[in-house]
Design a protein around this ligand. Structure first.
Ligand SMILES: Cc1ncc(COP(=O)(O)O)c(C=O)c1O
Length: 426
């Protein structure tokens, strides 16, 4: 059994003074108990019960270079000596904006924010200001942050067109009045929504690869179909690349899928673990900010510490061969999962991209949307995850894996036998 005595004790103590005992609700669902870490180094985390854990959660995505990365440490330490934040402009903002426009296809300008949730809100507001319309389309099972207008219940039997319900107490239904929630990978559902709400839909927002929902992949032509439909109806298409940006390729899904939306949102892997987000898009869309049609603000936007982290992360990821190496690592894990499952009489399917994928037990075919993902055998995955943890490999819930540039062949030597053993023991 995994020994989490000290973590449990700290969690109990935390509950006394820290509301809920954790700082984001998702960490509560991590079994056996929310683990307390003392430090991290490369792809390893060290917990208070004395474990050294090989980490494939990467802080739910951001730690693409791991912890304690020498180049990141050096750059950030140097910036600390020059100032934490100014409340004025500085050249770092220009440097990062130029770099992002260079490496992300089709991005002409960027805007900085602090979290993925904020970036999504800014993109939605800009889309509404640009089109003069209020409705937005999002998809069941897609996560766009915790704000009222995008947090929507995805029932197994949700209607395929329209229909959305608050997910949490305190979330007014009114705030979802302009949010249409559709089934993903169904272009006809989007066409119907445009027909049912002529000249009212400002934008369609989608995770280009639905990593938050079992890493469902878009059907061939689906993403381009979304962009084309949006344009046909005078709306904008937004890719929420908070997970996929700088992760599945340097240019994110725009590069990986070869499709250019009107705007994309970035966070997580963009800044290697620092709180930094961005929106990239066409210049004429951002004119809504310069000509006063709308506004965007934030005390910490473009602060030099996080900018430095982002600039150094993206520069490091730009080194030749980085994505090939990460993708090979991911591929080796997927192969091992599938092989070990078959050898031990389990049915398992993996889906997703090189550095962000999910493994599902007891599905007959790769899931295409939320309705498929909920059919997977979650209990079996939880058992697998617990067995991996006992062997010192920490994976995310729901079978999700994130690969970083810090995962090398040394880590594969730990991971592959652990997978074999876990599949045997389920
Ligand atoms: C696709 C996507 N969009 C937005 C968000 C919200 O980002 P943040 O947690 O930084 O607010 C997340 C977070 O997981 C995400 O996965």
């Amino acid at each position: 059994m995994f020994d989490d005595k000290v973590s449990k004790k700290l969690y109990d103590r935390a509950g006394e003074r820290l509301a809920t005992g954790v700082s984001t609700v998702f960490r509560r669902s991590v079994t056996p108990t929310p683990l307390y870490m003392t430090h991290g180094d490369g792809p390893y985390l060290f917990d208070v019960d004395g474990h050294k854990l090989l980490d494939y959660g990467l802080a739910w995505g951001p730690l693409i270079l791991g912890n304690n990365h020498p180049k990141l440490n050096e750059a950030i330490t140097a910036q600390l000596g020059r100032g934490y934040t100014f409340g004025y402009q500085h050249e770092g903002e220009i440097l990062l904006a130029e770099l992002m426009c260079k490496v992300v296809p089709g991005v002409e300008q960027v805007l900085f924010s602090n979290t993925g949730s904020e970036a999504v809100q800014a993109a939605l507001r800009i889309a509404r200001a640009y089109t003069g319309r209020e409705k937005i389309v999002r998809f069941e099972g897609h996560y766009h942050g915790w704000m009222n207008n995008v947090l929507v219940k995805a029932d197994d039997d949700a209607p395929t067109c329209g229909g959305s319900a608050p997910t949490v107490g305190g979330q007014p239904a009114d705030e979802l009045a302009n949010t249409l929630s559709l089934t993903w990978n169904d272009i006809e559902a989007v066409r119907k929504a445009f027909d049912a709400h002529p000249d009212q839909i400002a934008c369609v927002i989608t995770e280009p690869l639905n990593i938050n929902n079992g890493s469902c992949m878009p059907d061939d032509g689906y993403l381009q179909g979304l962009v084309d439909l949006c344009h046909e109806h005078g709306a904008l298409c937004i890719f929420d690349e908070v997970v996929t940006g700088f992760r599945i390729a340097l240019g994110g899904a725009r590069e990986y899928c070869g499709v250019q939306p009107d705007m994309s949102t970035y966070a997580k892997a963009m800044a290697g673990g620092f709180s930094m987000a961005g929106i990239g898009g066409r210049r004429d869309i951002f004119d809504t900010l310069s000509d006063g049609r709308t506004t965007h603000a934030g005390t910490y936007n473009g602060n030099p510490i996080c900018l430095t982290a982002a600039f150094m992360t993206i520069s490091t990821l730009s080194e030749p061969g980085t994505y090939d190496r990460m993708n090979r690592h991911g591929h080796a894990i997927r192969e091992a999962l599938e092989r070990a499952a078959t050898d031990n009489g389990h049915q398992l399917i993996t889906c997703g991209a090189g550095t962000a994928f999910s493994a599902h037990f007891d599905l007959d075919a790769p899931p295409r949307n939320h309705l498929d993902v909920v059919q997977a055998n979650v209990a079996k995955n939880d058992a697998f995850r617990a067995l991996m943890l006992e062997q010192g490999v920490a994976c995310l819930p729901a079978g999700r894996w994130y690969i970083g540039a810090v995962h090398t062949d040394d880590e594969l030597d730990i991971t592959l036998p652990a997978i074999e053993q876990a599949m045997k023991s389920i």
